[in-house]
Design a protein around this ligand. Structure first.
Ligand code: PSU
Ligand code: MN
Length: 302
């Protein structure tokens, strides 16, 4: 068996020099946004991580090879490809064995980051408990991954299409800390305020780094979910989003969309229902998360 993950020369060098590194996911590229906004966002997220003093490592499976650190051409090809599997813990090894292309969700990116020795990861919003989960049992594998894998994920909360209170209950049961940066309520992806108190709150990135160190000292397994609200000038208020989300979910129910297809379908439909405004917000919140993740990687490196 060869090494389970192939590092780009830049990531290998960053590791050799003990530089701070931030992992980035690839499902946002293949199943989260239309082309070319997906490619431009992926490249801009990488630039943002660099601007804040860390090295970006986008993770994906290319022709069966799990990789950390993708060049521009590979990101561009991934952004246009249609035969890419959306990978989680259940199927990442399948894509490797079958020599497929696969994009990594939050769960699979955490697995890749951990194999590469990267402790900080920036995404948009994590998966969670879908509304109506009491009927569909649709609970994202992202939640269980936090309980297992010691990677710290900066996100704008769980995507607001989800049932946020139920998502918090599952995370609590699994022993996963949820800490929001700079405000006491959890963010709601496109909106700064979910109206729901965050289980934990800390005012600064340095405080979050100290919290992560104390978890390590107590030998606690798994990762931390860090909530980072979208910047004010980019947010869509919750009152506006609530109605749009309800419409999109009603339509997805009527169309019988389930399983892995549901999150990408809802995100795409919400872009249409907001005339593209939700896409611009999605981009800004990812850049904002990338900046904070880079600062966290720098702080943990010190
Ligand atoms: N954040 C975004 N856009 C996305 C996702 C996150 O801004 O498309 C992806 C992540 O990869 C996350 C996945 O893990 O959506 C959740 O999918 P599901 O609900 O099927 O578990
Ligand atoms: Mn699901």
């Amino acid at each position: 068996m060869n090494t389970p993950i192939t590092l780009s020369s830049e990531i290998q060098q960053a590791k050799d020099n003990q530089q701070p590194i931030v992992a980035l996911e690839s499902t946002i590229i293949t199943h989260g946004m239309p082309y070319p906004a997906n490619r431009d966002t992926a490249l801009e997220v990488e630039a943002t991580v660099r601007h804040h003093g860390a090295v970006p490592a986008t993770i994906a499976v290319i022709n069966g090879e799990l990789r950390a650190g993708l060049d521009r051409d590979t990101i561009d090809a991934l952004a246009q490809a249609s035969n890419v599997m959306k990978l989680s813990r259940a199927d990442i090894a399948f894509a490797v064995a079958a020599k497929r292309h696969g994009s990594t969700t939050v769960a699979a990116t955490m697995i890749g980051a951990h194999l590469a020795g990267i402790a900080v990861f920036a995404t948009g919003g994590i998966g969670g408990v879908h509304r109506g989960a009491q009927e569909s049992f649709d609970v994202s594998a992202d939640l269980h991954e936090f309980a297992k894998t010691p990677v710290h994920v900066v996100s704008a909360g769980a995507k607001a299409i989800l049932d946020i209170p139920k998502t918090l209950e599952v995370l609590e049961t699994l022993g996963v800390p949820v800490v929001t940066l700079g405000q006491e309520n959890l963010p709601a992806f496109w909106s700064r305020d979910s109206g729901i108190a965050s289980p934990l709150y800390l005012p600064s990135v340095q405080d979050i780094a100290a919290f992560i160190r104390s978890r390590k000292a107590l030998q606690l397994s798994g990762g931390v979910l860090i909530g980072n609200p979208v910047p004010e000038d980019a947010e869509i208020p919750r009152t506006v989003m609530d109605e749009i989300i309800a419409t999109a979910i009603a339509e997805s129910d009527a169309a019988g969309i389930t399983g892995k297809a549901l999150t990408p379908w809802l995100l795409g439909r919400i872009v249409e229902l907001t005339d593209g405004r939700s896409l611009a917000t999605n981009q800004q919140l990812i850049f904002n998360n990338a900046a904070i993740a880079a600062e966290l990687a720098v702080a943990l490196n010190a």
